[in-house]
Design a protein around this ligand. Structure first.
Ligand code: ADP
Ligand code: MG
Length: 439
């Protein structure tokens, strides 16, 4: 829906981008026509010289990257103190309670946890306390799909070498267990985006992990689970729920003023002084607050706006650059959303795109279903019923990837009329992405 609502504006920008591309092509062509290869080379040399002669907009760009840990983390004092107080017993060689952290994306959960772990480890080192922290993000494709792979990743994070396939899962579990139990120590295991893990591999593994202490002789293990899905904990096995949720921390969304603060502190280090135009921080913050107070999005918008301004030879980031950045970020998100869909939805979308790639602008559910069956046969996917496919089409519509209008066909029932709602060049990218995803 979010995507759909913004289309008119989206389209205008696409046209703008196209025009720009056209101008680039024309100017390069002129270079060649006017003086052959030599002139072309000189032109480029001048271009690079000019580029280097300009004042850069960014003086420390990595500060705007998502994995950078800033020294100051505004508006998370209460949460950081709570995490610190729950984990602090580790410094006295006591097992901290298991902890479950939840909040929407971009509310600073990962950052705050990594920050607290860093400080905790530092103190433990100074005091000579045996403490080990292990951080695993379960979102990573390579680990989140089977229990075996997750256990392999955990064993590796504990410094053990395990083959990618071939051992029984129990054995990998034992490798992990013995690595943890190697010495008297507290091990804090952080499972970030734990909701993804359970969605793909079930909650059995969490149950096993929460029970691990009964098998340990020397070490003690605490688990910190982080979830972007706030309802996740309600749906897991009650035994896991009570064990993992011994302590809980909630990360609420940031409001626009808080986002502006966060942006300002990081922009101060990342950008050349005076390079941010009036209202730029406010606009980024407002955009991100409208979504749900997502700091990642706010930072990304500002970073991309800086890149757009740089490419356009501007030495100041202006509000218009934020608009362009928003379009770009949105496009990337479309691709990301598609990548996150289950294979069945991807197959349905793929079928739709194939059917609508020629001159045809509209199709109906039945046609999609036929094409979908062909695709399933090609890639060895189980075929769902047409009714299910109709539901998946409705979901793709909700995500703003296609438009699907319900048509009543009298006594022949109902069907959906489907057409595309994304610009042509993005369709091409989507098709490539789906090919990659569906293998
Ligand atoms: P979550 O894990 O809740 O999805 P992250 O911790 O990854 O969110 O935060 C998203 C991005 O926003 C990261 O780049 C992070 O550094 C930044 N960020 C979040 N909260 C703050 C804050 N209070 N101060 C500075 N940067 C922040
Ligand atoms: Mg996170």
């Amino acid at each position: 829906m979010w995507l759909y609502q913004r289309y008119p504006f989206y389209w205008r920008l696409i046209l703008f981008f196209r025009k720009q591309k056209f101008i680039n092509v024309v100017s390069l062509a002129t270079l060649e026509v006017s003086g052959g290869m030599m002139a072309g080379q000189v032109g480029l040399t001048d271009f690079f010289e000019q580029f280097l002669g300009k004042q850069p907009l960014f003086i420390n760009k990595k500060v705007m990257q998502a994995n950078y840990i800033p020294d100051i983390i505004p508006h998370r004092k209460a949460q950081i103190e709570l995490l610190a107080s729950i984990l602090a017993p580790a410094l006295r060689r006591e097992k901290p309670s298991n902890l479950f952290i939840y909040g929407k994306t971009g509310t600073g959960k990962t950052l705050s946890v990594r920050y607290v772990l860093q400080m905790l480890e530092q103190t433990a080192r100074q005091k000579g306390t045996p403490l080990k922290t292990v951080y695993v993000n379960c979102k990573l494709k390579k680990i989140a799909d089977t229990e075996y792979r997750i256990m392999t990743e955990l064993a590796r994070a504990m410094g053990r070498d395990v083959p990618t396939t071939g051992l029984p899962t129990d054995e990998v579990y034992n490798v992990f267990l013995s690595a943890v139990d190697e010495q008297e120590q507290i091990v804090i295991l952080v499972l970030d985006e734990i909701d993804r893990l359970v969605a793909k591999a079930g909650d059995e593994i969490l149950y096993n992990l929460t029970r691990i202490n009964s098998e340990l002789k020397h070490a003690q293990l605490s688990i910190v689970g982080i979830s972007n899905d706030v309802r996740f904990i309600e749906n897991v096995d009650p035994r896991v729920k009570s064990s993992l949720g011994e302590e809980e921390a909630i990360f609420p969304p940031y409001n626009a003023a808080e986002l502006k603060d966060i942006l300002e502190k990081r922009a101060l280090i990342a950008f050349r002084p005076g390079s941010l135009g009036e209202g730029v921080l406010e606009k980024c913050a407002a955009f991100a607050a409208r979504e749900h107070g997502d700091a990642r999005r706010a930072l990304e918008l500002l970073r991309v706006a800086g890149e757009v301004a740089e490419r356009e030879n501007n030495d100041i980031v202006k509000e218009e650059h934020i608009d362009k950045a928003e379009e770009k970020v949105e496009r990337d998100r479309v691709l990301e959303i598609v990548a996150l869909q289950p294979k069945q939805s991807q197959a349905v979308l793929h079928a739709t795109l194939v059917l609508l790639s020629g001159t045809k602008k509209k199709i109906e559910t039945g046609e999609v279903f036929e094409k979908y069956k062909e695709i399933c046969a090609q890639i060895g996917l189980a075929v769902l019923t047409q009714r299910r496919i109709s539901d998946l089409i409705a979901e793709l519509d909700m995500l703003g990837l296609i438009n699907a209008k319900v048509l009543s066909k009298g006594r022949y029932g109902r069907t959906r009329e489907i057409y595309l709602s994304i610009p042509d060049d993005l369709v091409e990218k989507l098709r490539l992405k789906l090919k990659e995803e569906l293998g």
